[in-house]
Write a protein that binds this ligand. Structure first.
Ligand code: ZN
Length: 176
């Protein structure tokens, strides 16, 4: 059990490295890697704003790359590691790609579809279900998100303050 946990932590650290790439771009820091036979065959990080594309989630990019490597849309025998619980689109893509194993860092109570809002990954009604492990390096995975959002709040507040200061002293002068 300890050996499995250390392997999972090792690859989650790689997913966190991807999340930091998103952070460097000013994107919500979410990262993903896909592992096949002990080798990372797909990496991805959130680039939604940079690409101006809703499909640019970490998991979708990693799935695209892994499929190119395997030469098949089926990613059987692969394990997907993601720092944040997948959304409905990514959980759907994971099931569509037949990925048998998903390891996630922290949960996303308001939008996650790996057990929070929905559990698309483990629905018995679908023809495929993934085995899910939750909470691997949870603190690091949620910590990087918390940092991002707290910095964003500080930046937004500073910008609001600045725009207030730039306003004319008498804002009502146009009414006179
Ligand atoms: Zn997603």
């Amino acid at each position: 059990m300890a050996a499995i946990a250390s392997v999972q932590e090792k690859y989650m650290k790689e997913a966190l490295k991807q999340a930091r790439k998103a952070l460097a771009l000013g994107e919500v820091p979410i990262g993903c890697v896909i592992v096949y036979e002990g080798k990372i065959i797909g990496r991805g990080y959130n680039r939604r704003n940079t690409d101006k594309n809703t499909l640019s989630h970490a998991e979708i990019t990693a799935i695209r790359k892994a499929s190119r490597f395997i030469g098949d849309w089926r990613l059987e025998g692969c394990t997907l590691y993601v720092t944040l619980e997948p959304c409905q689109m990514c959980a759907g893509a994971i099931i569509q790609a037949r990925i048998p194993e998903v390891v996630m860092g922290c949960m996303n109570p308001k939008a996650g579809c790996g057990g929070s809002v929905l559990n698309i990954l483990e629905m018995p009604q679908f023809n495929h279900q993934a085995t899910v492990t939750r909470g691997i390096l949870e603190e690091e995975c949620s910590g990087i998100l918390k940092e991002f959002f707290s910095d964003l709040r500080i930046r937004n507040k500073a910008e609001r303050q600045q725009s207030k200061e730039q306003q004319p002293i008498s804002a009502d002068c146009s009414k006179e």
